[in-house]
Design a protein around this ligand. Structure first.
Ligand SMILES: O=C(O)c1ccccc1NCC(=O)[C@H](O)[C@H](O)COP(=O)(O)O
Length: 209
């Protein structure tokens, strides 16, 4: 299967266009106020429309209330809802039953124990996104986890790798983990929350090299 590449934390039409032009398969829109990449739901809906059917659009929430989750799904109509906090498998299962969207769960990969614990998301999440453990923010921190943890892991769910990826290291990350999907945010920015179209292009080229 060909590699999937998600560019996360986009907030302008220009960077959406660049991600599509250079071959991203997925983009991410962050609705989480503490993030430098936060956008309101109206902007997220506009950018979702801009992306059209050229890429799969993920809307990212962190420990959102039921009400906010419902409002966000109705306003943005994403292809994917990505949960990046401490959301329970039970909550994900509810969303999966009622939402016309895939459900992804991001998990901070600390050690082999994490790989055991995520089994509880089987059937509730359509994909697990392995990221660095949460720091000041739960994601978008530019931090790597120990890729060797995934080396001989037998995956029981669809999955992907995020966390500290850049144009310079993404090929190595794919070789080390065998990831079918890679995800980047701060590694294609010139400042926190400011995406750089040349870095987006370089990341997509390096990922597919
Ligand atoms: O991007 C953010 O600001 C963010 C904030 C809070 C939770 C998740 C967030 N991003 C989620 C992503 O999917 C990022 O692409 C992923 O964490 C990797 O980020 P980075 O290490 O900066 O490439």
């Amino acid at each position: 299967m060909s590699l999937l590449v998600k560019i996360c934390g986009l907030s302008t039409p220009e960077t959406i266009d660049a991600a599509i032009e250079h071959g991203a398969t997925h983009i991410g829109l962050v609705h989480y106020e503490p993030s430098p990449r936060h956008i309101d739901l109206k902007t997220a809906a506009e950018l979702r429309r801009r992306a059209g059917r050229h890429v799969q659009v993920a809307l990212l929430l962190v420990n959102a209330s039921q009400q906010l989750t419902g409002e966000a799904l109705a306003a943005v109509r994403p292809d994917i809802i990505q949960f990046h906090g401490n959301e329970s498998p039970e909550w994900l299962a509810v969303v999966k039953r009622i939402a016309p969207a895939q459900v992804w769960k991001a998990v901070g990969l600390k050690d082999a124990g994490t790989l055991e614990r995520i089994q509880k998301y089987q059937g509730a999440a359509d994909r697990i996104l392995f990221d660095a453990p949460a720091a000041a923010l739960p994601g978008g921190t530019g931090t790597r986890f120990d890729w060797s943890l995934l080396k001989n892991h037998r995956h029981t769910m669809d999955w992907g790798v995020a966390g500290g990826l850049t144009p310079a290291n993404v090929a190595e990350a794919i070789a080390a983990t065998g990831a079918p999907l890679v995800d980047v945010s701060s590694g294609v920015e010139s400042a926190p929350g400011v995406k750089d179209v040349d870095k987006i292009a370089a990341f997509l080229k390096a990922a597919r090299s």
